[in-house]
Design a protein around this ligand. Structure first.
Ligand SMILES: Nc1ncnc2c1ncn2[C@@H]1O[C@H](COP(=O)(O)OP(=O)(O)O)[C@@H](O)[C@H]1O
Ligand SMILES: [Mg+2]
Length: 261
């Protein structure tokens, strides 16, 4: 099932297994829902409405693009998923855990299952590439051996094994973003959220970043990417949703026209 608003019929999955010839009726196996928003409204303390009655389901293995103009609510939606902000109304579940009252250790535990990538990378300037990536594992109590076991393959996956000892300022923007992706997935979280990951990059570097996100999706990580880059949306073969004025719409990709929410 592709990501759907909860009040819409589901569509067949890109990853659903092909039907096998058989005399018996064929049933699509139900796919696990990883993220669910039900009637979610977010109004910031200053009265600014960011999301209004949003319904959304994201299944395990999905790759979802969320588009929309600046200020439409994209970052707010992701912040609700990793517990940086709380819904004013409605319910948010990630991996069957409700976030409404989640605090302290329970919230930290959930966050370990969510990799996050930001537009501005957020790397630690005085730490090398290796250290920036390994810090996540050290903070989570991984053994030295386990850190070593994970580090190199993750840097290789983003094409940065040669830059392991460089500092962020010695890297291009595209390379820094690839470090931040490595950092986000080095502990193999089931879900990766990327908030405008290509926002500061030229088309070549954007392409590389998207290719890595797709590779991660192909090995089973559920990926949610926000972007206001129309080119990226046009080129995408993945489901696209659009936020406008805090409301979420499913986009008809063939004609790039919105459908009813
Ligand atoms: N911490 C905040 N306090 C008050 N208003 C905010 C805050 N963060 C975002 N907003 C407002 O919420 C709306 C949605 O913002 P945001 O989710 O950042 O949009 P986008 O990521 O699509 O640019 C905007 O009107 C923005 O000004
Ligand atoms: Mg934003």
């Amino acid at each position: 099932m592709a990501p759907v608003t909860t009040d819409r019929p589901s569509t067949p999955s890109r990853t659903a297994p092909s039907p096998v010839p058989s005399a018996a009726p064929i049933r699509q196996p139900a796919r696990d829902i990883l993220v669910r928003l039900q009637q979610v409204t977010k109004i910031y303390d200053n009265g600014c409405p960011a999301l209004l009655n949003v319904n959304l389901q994201i299944c395990k293995g999905d790759f979802l693009l969320i588009t929309g103009p600046s200020g439409s609510g994209k970052s707010t939606l992701l912040k609700l998923l990793y517990g940086e902000e709380r819904a004013t109304q409605g319910e948010v579940w990630v991996n069957s855990v409700g976030l409404t009252d989640l605090r302290g250790n329970s919230l930290s535990k959930l966050r370990r299952q969510i990799g996050v990538v930001f537009q501005d990378y957020k790397l630690i300037p005085r730490r090398t590439v290796s250290e920036n990536v390994a810090l996540v594992l050290w903070a989570q109590g991984f053994t030295r051996k386990e850190v070593q076991r994970r580090l190199l393959p993750t840097l290789k996956m983003v094409g940065l094994q040669e830059k392991a000892d460089c500092f962020p300022e010695q890297l291009s923007g595209g390379e820094q973003q690839r470090v931040s992706i490595a950092r986000a997935v080095v502990n193999t979280p089931p879900i990766l959220l990327a908030d405008e990951p290509t926002g500061n990059l030229d088309p070549d570097n954007s392409g590389q970043v998207i290719k890595i996100l797709k590779k991660l999706n192909s090995i089973g990580i559920t990926v949610v990417v926000t972007t206001h880059d129309e080119q990226l949306v046009k080129m995408s073969e993945h489901p696209v949703m659009q936020i406008r004025n805090g409301k979420l719409f499913q986009v008809n990709r063939q004609s790039s026209r919105e459908t009813v929410p």
